[in-house]
Ligand binder design. Structure first.
Ligand code: 7TS
Length: 408
């Protein structure tokens, strides 16, 4: 069971903000960090800091072991077949851009199609838009149901033998929708396409298994799963990564450099030009340990319960519209409170010590589809409790009073 003991391991949560105990409900933007992760990064800098893959000196080997050890932990965590399939990147955005820039032009040409959905984060939309523009391919959108889900029937219609790439988020950062990735991967493969999965919002919250999902590429961000900012990863099937050219050239990624020709290191290093994000990777390794000690199934069921409680409590507030499906798998709940601007909602809540996000959440096409210029979003993680939901509901009732609405 997830308990207060877990919450206590996050030092930042133990503070007052604007005179109230902090309630942090913005983990979809970035998660807080447990002491174990903070200590791992601190200890790395205090004891092991050196550059990797070069010197023979002791600190150099310790740093290399720590960096490569983190890759092993992540590979096991997502059940990749090998560490060669894990490229460290700055985050999901960089990972998706790497696929679009390196794999994209070799796979997509005029008349081909790239299939995505209307609810993609801009990071999983613009790279494909750019690729389509450069190559003369067509970008197609799987339509959304009223609750923001997609149907496999629609996916079957959109994904054809013209499709070369299907790119989709496992979990939406706005609607809290979980897409049927395994089934979509099967449809993509039947049509000779690859599937690229944006795992920014799934990896922190549900158990993910690369071999079971059978996705070809999968992008993730460390900072959303308890690790520091600036570290993330691209998983890719080995044969695909082998066939791809690096997009960043320089130190660390080369095998032999001549005056006019050079060769690259083997996987995964050919995609990691320059001094890598060593301390970030160490932090990500510690975050993976922490998540595994609790158990992803445990985290998932805690969040599912919390999301159900939030859906129920929020729906008691008159005039509040919740977007997205009911019985969501993860703790992302997006809403609007009458015609109060979401920024005003977030400002009043902030005065109560409650942190939520307001805006378009980097999903402008989705906002247009919702016919909302912006929304408010509360997102939960393993350290949140039902009391946090209660504080949110109390804060929203205060917001209504403040803006002169009658209490619901
Ligand atoms: N994809 C999804 C589904 C996301 O939620 C985000 C970040 C990204 C990609 C980009 O991740 P990055 O680590 O490369 O920035 N989402 C959010 C959010 O919902 N609020 O702030 C950032």
């Amino acid at each position: 069971m997830i308990s207060n003991a877990i919450r206590e391991q996050f030092p930042i949560l133990n503070q007052n903000v604007n005179g109230h105990p902090l309630v942090y409900l913005d983990s979809a933007a970035t998660s807080q960090k447990p002491r174990q992760v903070i200590e791992a990064v601190k200890s790395y800098y205090e004891w092991d800091n050196a550059n990797v893959h070069r010197g023979v000196h002791t600190l150099g080997s310790r740093a290399t072991d720590a960096y490569e050890g983190a890759r092993e932990k992540l590979a096991k965590f997502i059940n990749a077949r090998s560490t060669k399939e894990i490229i460290f990147t700055r985050g999901t955005t960089t990972a998706l851009n790497l696929v679009a820039s390196s794999y994209g032009p070799s796979a997509v040409g005029e008349g081909d199609e790239i299939v995505i959905t209307l609810m993609e984060h801009h990071s999983n939309l613009i790279p494909w838009q750019q690729l389509a523009k450069k190559t003369g391919a067509t970008l197609k959108y799987i339509p959304l149901q009223p609750d923001g889900t997609i149907t496999l029937e629609d996916a079957e219609k959109m994904i054809t033998d013209k499709t070369k790439i299907v790119a989709i988020a496992y979990v939406s950062n706005v609607m809290g929708v979980t897409h049927p990735i395994k089934e979509l991967a099967a449809i993509a493969h039947r049509n000779g396409a690859v599937i690229v999965v944006d795992g920014a919002q799934s990896t922190p919250h549900v158990k993910v298994d690369m071999q079971d999902l059978d996705c070809d590429f999968y992008a993730l961000s460390g900072h959303k799963m308890l690790a520091p900012t600036g570290i993330g990863a691209l998983y890719g099937k080995r044969a695909l990564l082998e066939s791809m050219e690096p997009i960043e050239f320089g130190g660390e990624m080369i095998d032999d450099v001549g005056l006019y020709e050079s060769t690259w290191k083997e996987l995964p290093w050919k995609f990691e030009g320059g001094t890598p994000i060593i301390a970030g990777a160490v932090g990500l390794g510690a975050a993976v340990d922490f998540l595994q000690e609790i158990g992803m199934d445990e985290i998932h069921s805690h969040e599912k319960q919390l999301a159900a409680y939030a859906e129920q409590r929020l729906s008691e507030i008159d005039g509040l519209t919740i977007y997205g499906p009911r019985n969501r798998e993860v703790g992302v709940v997006t809403f609007n409170l009458g015609d109060v601007h979401p920024h005003d909602v977030a400002t009043v809540l902030d005065a109560e010590g409650i942190a939520i996000r307001a805006g378009h959440h980097c999903c402008q096409p989705l906002m247009r589809w919702l016919e909302a210029s912006s929304t408010a979003r509360a997102s939960f993680y393993l350290y949140n409790t039902e009391q946090d939901v209660d504080r949110l509901v109390d804060g929203l009732i205060k917001t209504k009073e403040y803006f002169g609405y009658e209490l619901g």
